[in-house]
Design a protein around this ligand. Structure first.
Ligand SMILES: Nc1ncnc2c1ncn2[C@@H]1O[C@H](COP(=O)(O)OP(=O)(O)OP(=O)(O)O)[C@@H](O)[C@H]1O
Ligand SMILES: O=c1[nH]c(=O)c2[nH+]cn([C@@H]3O[C@H](COP(=O)(O)O)[C@@H](O)[C@H]3O)c2[nH]1
Ligand SMILES: NC(=O)CC[C@H](N)C(=O)O
Ligand SMILES: [Mg+2]
Length: 507
């Protein structure tokens, strides 16, 4: 395993993912992780990630032993600067930063750079520079601006780069990662998702023992895959709970119930519409909505656990992007984007031990696990749907009437877009109800009604996304049908923004 220590970079998850793509297992740890812990785990290499802070004004609880041991280290950007500072070098704010594509010259042969040309294009994002290396270090690469772009120790297997090999814009980035994993760390290609599944089943079986586990299931690919995995691990010690919070799409409850029953999952469906809508009354702030929903979910879980329990464990299909965006990645060094109901939205007193086997995985990895476990194709391909449901797609206050409007519009959008030959390339397609009314004319009468925004995006893992160029013909048909069939809506617009700068959901 390669351990990635996270200093809050936007790309930390990409680093881990690059190793996994090579068949080398990788996990992410907080800055205060103990060297002895990593050593006991048999870690073969350590990567120090980038990060938004500067080493000269950040106090860190990094375990010094990491630099006294013999496990190879690769410092990236902030990680390089940190290594330099810890080992006696010097870091200062540069006269200028280097952002985006930059050329570097390789000035010394290095195992890390094997297979690279003398000049390479790399991707950078920094303002601080290492101005003096630790004593036993030599420069291996220099940027076109004359800054140190690569360095390594002559005594220890410590390597560093100022650029980001993990992003695809660094042309030979994957080769650098490969050199580090195999030539420097001697890692083995022995990890794949099939093995991950086997190991998780074993691990969970041990962890749960004779206890029982309550699984929050939504019918989405993550939690449904987890349901099947847990079933294999602990059989009838598993009870799945599906909460109808009144924020679901048209026909969703019936569909989900049927699918889960067909998979043989022991399922409890809780009708909680009344209480969720009551709690959401008058609430307009998106973050407040998310927190209320997260809390109410847990209240429902607790009550059901009391009736049917005892349950020591609560399982959730949490993925890595939920964790990063909620800024809950153990370091607290990443910026908060939004509170995912199942992570940042949880109350402090949970009352359960959490089981989240997919916490470090991305959606495409979970989809492959679903394939391995033999889930039906319609689940594997199901579009993500956020736990807070339509509440984050009705901007402003959530009311029954608005829910009704949005459900109808969303259903029309889905019907039409499913007919499109490129439907399979879509990550998510949905309707959003805007909190404004505009003037229209319907049947010679003036109308003053709500606006629906359509959002259709493609994405690899939900971390970035692009709007899809849906043909005008289809968009036009959707707009006509919505304005004709949903009374209360007289205007439809299409969202042309990517993520970043927008997010996929509007709240
Ligand atoms: N209606 C619900 N009832 C019970 N648990 C839910 C519900 N909605 C969401 N959850 C829990 O929250 C987790 C996160 O939701 P999220 O929507 O990200 O994942 P998912 O529904 O499993 O998959 P997908 O992202 O494909 O929709 C789920 O895995 C599940 O554990
Ligand atoms: O379970 C969830 N609970 C949430 O609170 C939540 N918020 C966003 N999403 C989904 O996550 C992906 C990224 O969404 P954003 O670009 O809107 O942040 C998209 O796929 C969103 O649908 C959520 N899923
Ligand atoms: N991407 C990074 O790790 C940046 C490190 C540091 N904040 C700098 O500006 O140099
Ligand atoms: Mg979902």
């Amino acid at each position: 395993m390669i351990a990635v220590i996270d200093f809050g970079s936007q790309y930390t998850q990409l680093i881990a993912r690059r190793f996994r793509e090579l068949g080398v297992y990788s996990e992410i740890y907080p800055p205060n992780v103990k060297y002895s812990f990593l050593n006991e785990k048999g870690v073969k290499g350590i990567v120090l990630s980038g990060g938004p802070n500067s080493v000269y004004n950040t106090e860190l609880e990094l375990d010094n032993e990491i630099f006294n041991g013999d496990i190879p280290i690769l410092g990236i950007c902030f990680g390089f600067q940190l290594m330099a500072k810890f080992l006696g070098g010097e870091v200062k704010k540069g006269e200028k930063g280097e952002f985006g594509l930059t050329r570097i010259k390789i000035v010394k042969e290095s195992v890390l750079f094997e297979g690279l040309e003398k000049e390479e294009k790399v991707w950078m994002s920094h303002h601080d520079v290492v101005t003096r290396l630790p004593e036993d270090f030599v420069v291996t690469a220099i940027s076109e601006n004359g800054f140190i772009a690569g360095a390594q120790s002559l005594e220890k297997p410590f390597f560093a780069v100022q650029f980001h090999p993990e992003v695809s814009h660094t042309e030979k980035g994957q080769l650098i990662i490969e050199n580090f994993a195999f030539k420097i760390c001697g890692a083995e290609k022995n990890w794949n998702l099939g093995r991950f599944v086997e190991e998780k089943i074993e691990e969970i079986r041990k962890q749960i023992g004779e206890n029982r586990v309550l699984l929050a299931v939504s019918g989405g690919v993550d939690s449904t895959t987890l349901a099947v995995l847990l079933q294999r691990a602990v059989g009838d010690k598993l009870t799945a709970i599906f909460v109808d919070h009144g924020l679901l799409r048209m026909g969703e409850k019936e569909e989900v119930t049927e699918v889960l029953k067909r998979l043989g999952v022991n399922l409890v469906v809780v009708d909680a519409e009344e209480r969720f809508l009551e709690k959401l009354k008058g609430v307009v702030d998106p973050e407040e909505k998310r927190k209320i929903i997260g809390h109410e979910f847990v209240e429902v879980f607790k009550e059901e656990a009391k009736k049917r329990g005892p349950f020591k464990f609560l399982a959730q299909g949490t993925l890595y992007p939920d964790v990063i965006e909620s800024a809950a990645s153990h370091t607290g060094m990443a910026a908060k984007i939004k509170t995912h109901h199942n992570v940042g939205g949880l109350p402090e007193e949970l009352g359960f031990e959490l089981i989240e086997p997919f916490r470090y995985l991305f959606k495409d990895e979970v989809r492959r696990i679903a394939e391995i476990l033999g889930l039906p194709e319609n689940i594997i391909k199901r579009q993500p749907f956020p736990g807070p449901g339509l509440a984050v797609r009705i901007l402003g206050e959530v009311t029954r009437d608005k829910l009704e409007l949005l459900r109808k519009a969303d259903c029309i959008l889905m019907e039409e877009i499913k007919k499109w030959e490129k439907y399979d390339e879509i990550w998510q397609s949905f309707a959003v109800l805007l909190p404004i009314k505009t003037v229209g004319v319907k049947g010679d009468f003036r109308s003053y009604e709500y606006v629906i925004a359509l959002r259709v995006v493609k994405s690899e893992d939900g971390m970035t996304a692009n709007f899809v160029e849906v043909p005008y013909e289809i968009l036009g048909r959707i707009a006509r049908r919505i304005t004709n069939e949903v009374s209360g809506i007289n205007r439809v617009v299409y969202d042309l923004t990517d993520k970043p700068p927008a997010t996929i959901e509007w709240e």
